[in-house]
Write a protein that binds this ligand. Structure first.
Ligand SMILES: CCCSCc1cc(N)cc2c(=O)[nH]c(N)nc12
Length: 373
């Protein structure tokens, strides 16, 4: 562990990068998958289970936590790590994305966003400074700038307006964050699906000399090939010695292809949300456990896994639980999916370390294509 925030790029293999983010609360092995703990919990999981799957860091969310239980109450209770009993690193999103997608957005201007809470309809205003203040009250280790993510498709003019505002907000967030040894504030590249706006955003953020850089404005409905193309355009404009975080991504296939292009950190609700709906990700592709073919299949999802949910429970039982809408079904499948995602990340890191990432990617995708036994 380190008293400061440090990123070490340990090895590259083609576009893929092996690294480590060291900070006081722990080390993040990259490429890393970060389970989403939006409201202070990774849904349907105990956090010691999340840790056992191999997670080095989880996410929290300014928008949700400012509404309930409020950032001030979390601070009075000792900060988010103490409240939820997760002593390892936490990254918090800034809240703007959730305001656009969850709240009754009332106003968005230079000063910030004004919105109605989806919890109780109360009115709130969040400026770049307030977002950083909230993330500080949560004692977040990696704090995201407030940004404006435009849903695609959108006009180039609209995308440019939002990208330029996000740059001005990045500057204000940097000032508000100040100097917090051991913590980091990441900028967020915007620019939609417009190459020259992506380049401008990445170059301007790079000149701010931040601790890390997220690629935002993607995984918002665009085709995968558009997302990947934007990575190919954006990543060369970002400093190689800083971590790159692709926000909201993704499926195992998205992750492999984004690692190949130089992404270090990922987050997505996919493994837990899909798990709650009966969809399992496995080394042989996706398995919809609700399908009748599993009703009397006493095999586990993956007898080679060291995760109890994958190894010790039959498909027949999982099928029954999900069909009966029993909470245990979603719990076991969330556990299995998070374990599979972390197993995939460990396989990626090992393959890069041994200089065989291209072969690993090809073999993994072949196994997915072969489908479930
Ligand atoms: C807890 C959720 C973290 S990631 C949410 C997210 C997801 C996606 N897809 C894009 C963005 C974005 O452009 N900006 C911000 N702040 N967040 C985004």
């Amino acid at each position: 562990m380190s008293e400061s925030f440090q990123f070490q790029l340990k090895k590259t293999d083609g576009g893929a990068r092996l690294g480590e983010v060291s900070m006081p609360r722990g080390t993040i092995r990259t490429p890393a998958f970060m389970p989403v703990g939006t409201v202070g919990t990774v849904k349907a999981m105990y956090l010691d289970q999340v840790r056992e799957t191999g997670a080095d860091i989880i996410l929290g969310n300014t928008y949700h936590l400012m509404l309930r239980p409020t950032a001030e109450r979390v601070a009075r209770l000792g900060g988010l790590h103490q409240l939820i009993r997760w002593p390892h690193p936490i990254l918090t999103d800034s809240g703007g994305f959730q305001v656009m997608s969850l709240s009754g957005l009332r106003k968005l201007d230079e000063q910030g966003v004004t919105f109605k809470s989806h919890v109780d309809g109360s009115l709130h205003h969040m400026s770049p400074e307030r977002s950083i203040e909230i993330q500080g009250l949560l004692d977040s280790d990696i704090q995201m700038q407030l940004d404006e993510c435009v849903a695609l498709p959108a006009t180039p003019k609209e995308i440019e307006r939002a990208m330029e505002m996000s740059l001005r907000w990045a500057d204000r967030c940097k000032v508000a964050f100040g100097n917090q040894p051991g913590k980091a504030m990441f900028g967020i590249v915007q620019g939609g699906d417009v190459p020259e706006l992506r380049v401008r955003s990445a170059q301007a953020l790079s000149s701010m000399d931040l601790k890390g850089y997220a690629v935002g404005g993607l995984a918002v409905g665009e085709p995968q090939e558009v997302m990947l193309r934007m990575l190919e355009i954006t990543l060369p404009e970002l400093p190689t010695e800083k971590p790159r975080y692709l926000m909201g991504v993704g499926t195992p296939d998205d992750i492999l292809k984004s690692v190949a292009r130089g992404i270090d950190m990922f987050d997505c609700v996919m493994p837990t949300r899909s798990g709650r709906h009966g969809l399992a990700f496995t080394r042989r592709g996706k398995v919809n456990i609700r399908n009748a073919r599993h009703a009397e299949d006493m095999r586990p999802l993956d007898e080679q896994s060291n995760c109890p949910a994958s190894r010790d429970y039959s498909r027949a039982y999982l099928h029954h639980l999900v069909r009966a809408n029993e909470a245990l079904g979603g719990m076991l499948l969330s556990w299995h999916n998070l374990a599979y995602y972390q197993e995939l990340m460990q396989g990626i890191r090992q393959a890069i370390a041994e200089g065989r990432f291209a072969d690993f990617m090809a073999e993994t995708m072949e196994n997915w294509a072969r489908g479930d036994l």
